[in-house]
Design a binder for this molecule. Structure first.
Ligand code: ADP
Ligand code: ASP
Ligand code: MG
Length: 469
């Protein structure tokens, strides 16, 4: 069976017009495939709003979550009224919306009493966004003549119990997909599956991390042996730079898995970093397409890079970072300092985005998200207490408001002149490069600049190295 798995992101299903457009795309595409599985996100901003409601309740605020409930109710009811009324299923859909939001409020009320929200409770709370939207899209497809059914991904995607960033367990997931989804496809039904959500083997709701519905689509695409996976979003594909930051961004027609993995790892929100893996392993072609410009072919993501190796194809940035430095003249030649430093960092659950080696061994320098800095500095100071007393380590310090800017393209590292051109472009604009990454990957060069310079650095690399390189 030729199966297509496709996913619609938040803005693609965030308004009555967008949902209507998404439904048209599903109906048109379904005519060309033997089976189409649709994965759907919450409407844009809804996951954030649900989280805000729960967090404010935990912080003692008994008002905000009720206001949020009101906003979400009118937004989702508005879709029913505009696209699905009168008659038909509209009253049961309105009841569906009310029921999900009543669940949200009940949770928030308990959280308000308890004064805390656990990651486990948070996953159940945010799942409301995807559940409402799947119900609306499936109803819209039925209204337009298709047979369509909501399938909750809690029945499909089995995960570990790492709430808020769960990892899928592929074997049981494959079995559930075969039992639950494949028969629907065989009957000509279009399943609309909630993205982002999974469940543990015991049935407790989990989520796959923010932006995780791309990952849901990739997991299902793999388990279904889909011929292709399409990610529908609000831009023409993977672009040379975030179009919100640099409007001159251009579509990249074809990219390799390695390149797009690097881009998403270094902050390009367009694809969830973990979404790449299941499809790479199976060699399934992945497309990123624009819901609002469906005739544009989008970006095709393929296994091997094309032959234009060594060119910078895209540039991206990660913000809200700090550079932590451990320094001391007595560190030189002392074995184990780096290992102990990074063990202390890992102990705080902070991921190190970049390590920058100084020319001497007198300092260790690395970049982490700013919100981890106080705990990480404290942990390193604890670990190095003896060295600090002996003055082998002089200090552990941090520089905030840093941004990593990453240029991505296959074969960059082995291509002479790319780094020089990149630095040249920044020098031309008087932008100071605070640190440069060790070339950990074949296909990227990362540099740290101050947050004040980040926007200019992106524009400069984009215009001088990508467009006119
Ligand atoms: P969705 O809700 O469809 O998943 P996201 O907001 O998660 O959409 O991702 C799409 C957004 O990613 C785009 O609107 C764009 O602003 C941003 N983005 C960042 N970097 C890039 C890039 N290199 N190419 C395309 N989009 C990018
Ligand atoms: N709705 C979820 C989020 O906002 C998942 C997604 O959009 O992919 O993170
Ligand atoms: Mg996304």
């Amino acid at each position: 069976m030729r199966i297509l798995t496709m996913k619609f992101g938040g803005t693609s299903v965030g308004s009555p017009e967008a949902l209507s457009q998404a439904a048209e795309i599903v109906l048109t595409t379904a005519q060309e495939w033997e089976g189409v599985v649709v994965v759907v996100s919450a409407a844009n901003g809804v996951t954030d709003a649900l989280m805000k409601g729960a967090l404010s309740a935990a912080g003692g605020d008994g008002q905000t979550y009720m206001e949020i409930e009101g906003d979400l109710r009118s937004r989702h009811r508005g879709v029913v009224q505009e696209l699905l009324s009168p008659g038909g299923e509209s009253s049961s859909l309105l009841a569906m919306v009310d029921e999900h939001l009543a669940e949200f409020t009940a949770f928030c009320r308990s959280i308000h009493v308890l004064g805390e929200v656990t990651p486990r409770a948070m996953d159940t709370i945010v799942s409301v966004g995807e559940r409402m939207n799947a119900g609306l899209l499936a109803a819209l497809l039925r209204r337009r003549g298709a047979t369509s059914e909501v399938v909750l991904s809690t029945e499909l995607i089995v995960t570990d119990a790492t709430f808020q960033k769960a990892a899928p367990l592929m074997e049981p997931t494959r079995a559930h997909v075969a039992r639950r989804l494949v028969p629907l496809l065989a009957d000509g039904i279009i399943p609309v599956v909630t993205g982002f959500i999974g469940a543990t083997e015991e049935g407790v709701t989990t989520t796959l991390g923010r932006g995780g519905s791309d990952f849901s689509a990739a997991i299902l695409g793999d388990c279904l042996d889909s011929e292709e996976v399409w990610i529908w979003t609000d831009v023409d594909g993977v672009m040379t730079v975030d179009p919100r930051a640099v409007p001159e961004a251009q579509r990249i027609p074809i990219l390799s898995y390695a390149e797009v993995a690097e881009l998403s790892y270094f902050g390009a929100k367009v694809l969830h970093p973990r979404a790449i893996r299941p499809v790479v392993e199976r060699g399934i072609p992945l497309w990123v397409k624009n819901t609002f410009n469906p005739s544009c072919p989008g970006t095709r993501i393929v296994k091997e890079p094309d032959n234009a190796c060594g060119a910078v194809k895209a540039v991206t940035a990660i913000r809200d970072l700090s550079m932590v430095t451990v320094e001391g003249r007595g560190m030189m030649g002392v074995p184990g300092i780096a290992a102990r430093t990074f063990a202390a960092v890992a102990g705080q659950g902070a991921s190190v985005l970049m390590i920058s080696q100084a020319s001497s061994e007198q300092s260790i320098c690395f970049v982490i998200p700013t919100d981890h800095v106080p705990a990480v500095v404290k942990a390193i100071e604890g670990e190095m207490a003896a060295e600090l007393r002996r003055r082998d380590v002089d200090r552990v310090s941090s520089l905030d408001e840093m941004v990593i800017v990453t240029a991505v393209g296959a074969g960059l590292r082995g291509t002479p002149g790319v780094a020089a051109r990149t630095f040249g472009a920044l020098a031309q604009a008087n932008i100071n490069v605070v640190a440069v990454a060790q070339g950990s990957s074949e296909c990227s060069i990362s540099l740290v600049v101050s947050a004040n310079d980040a926007a200019r650095a992106l524009r400069q690399i984009h215009s001088e190295v990508i467009l006119h390189g």
